[in-house]
Write a protein that binds this ligand. Sequence first.
Ligand SMILES: Cc1cc2nc3c(=O)[nH]c(=O)nc-3n(C[C@H](O)[C@H](O)[C@H](O)COP(=O)(O)OP(=O)(O)OC[C@H]3O[C@@H](n4cnc5c(N)ncnc54)[C@H](O)[C@@H]3O)c2cc1C
Length: 415
Amino acid sequence: MGASEPTIDAVRRAARAWIESNWDPDDSLRAWRERFVDSGWAVPSWPERWYGRGLPAWADRLVAEELQRAGAVGLPVGGGTSLAAPTVRTHGSDELCELVLRPTLVGEVRWTQLFSEPGAGSDLAGLSTSAVRDGEDWIVNGQKVWNTSAHHADLAMLVARTDWDVPKHQGISYFVLPMRQAGVEARPIVQMNRHRSFNEVFLTDARIPSSHLVGQPGDGWRVARTTLMHERTFATLRRPALDRGAGRAVREAAQEADDHFTVYSWYPQRAGRADLLAPAARRAGRHEETTIRQVSVDALAFRSASEWTAARARAERARGRPPGPEGSLGKLAASELARRSARAHSRIAGARGLLTDGSDEDDAIVAEVLVSTPAQSIAGGTDEIQRNIIGENVLGLPREPAVDRDVAFRDVRRS
Ligand SMILES: Cc1cc2nc3c(=O)[nH]c(=O)nc-3n(C[C@H](O)[C@H](O)[C@H](O)COP(=O)(O)OP(=O)(O)OC[C@H]3O[C@@H](n4cnc5c(N)ncnc54)[C@H](O)[C@@H]3O)c2cc1C
């Protein structure tokens, strides 16, 4: 740490003092968040120009601890604060930062991510939604799919093709798309676990003001990689612990979290619910069976190992290093844990694991685990793609062969 950098203790004292004299649980949530964001304590590692204090990355975590200690509410949870805001701050123009950062941090706008398409998921750079410049606007046409929360979003992180005459990675641009307009239609998809978290999104002559371009035209792949790196690092969504009896701001934050997490209510089950293995084995009276003990311990030991990997990734970020390959390791570990937990749950539950009639809450949770864990190894990049990234970026193996990397996208054969 440089001589001029404040010490952890000094920052903790300053943050604590600010929270003690400013946190008023009887405020409205908006009033509190505006004061919090304007003070620079909401994102202390960001530059002062953009609602921060220019502190090292560890300051963000420290403020979160101090908020928790005081029972105070933090930033809204979700893709807006964890993906869109850091991407726009890193690559966006001052005008765009001015327009979207504060409303995102105070919780005024909700976001979705319009990346995947029916013909472009793992091969995201093969996307074919097009954006064409028309005076001061861009006009967008195409279809996106699997877009979580698109049905109630105000803004979207959108990648679209703006140049078809260059290789696929070079012709993509990244936009902030206003969702509430006639040219945008979001249709919810019913999943096999009966939830409706994500959507198909149809874009028909949707308009985007030119000021909403993030970075330069054709630079969208580089910008999208920033979003993806944050996504792989922040793969686990945690519901904030809020005591509803503690005042207006806390009640409103709990309501906000309820609204947000309705969409994500199955995400804990998607992660495999290793925490329920021992209670489930005891409930079934099978906790002393050797094979049940083995599959359960296998999942629980793997969970401990992957928590240590996640702790290493957090420590890297706290040292101010950007999210890197350890994000891919953590994501892969989360898929493996989900699979091992689901395997152990099915061994414990047997045929009862198929019961979903709601007559027994514990059975229903196990059933939801079994039909939700496959999503863990797809969302945010599949296991195979994570392995490719680890092979190339961590192990230094040769790049995957590709026939379309150096050809104008217009000439690439595609379905
Ligand atoms: C819960 C959930 C939430 C999601 N939310 C969003 C969202 O908000 N916004 C959004 O844009 N998208 C979202 N997605 C979509 C997700 O990003 C894609 O599903 C994912 O990238 C995979 O793409 P795909 O479904 O087209 O599969 P494909 O790319 O068609 O892959 C099919 C299979 O082929 C394998 N494969 C493909 N290429 C390779 C290769 N090069 N090497 C080895 N194997 C390969 C894959 O691993 C997979 O097994 C979400 C998905 C899920 C499950």
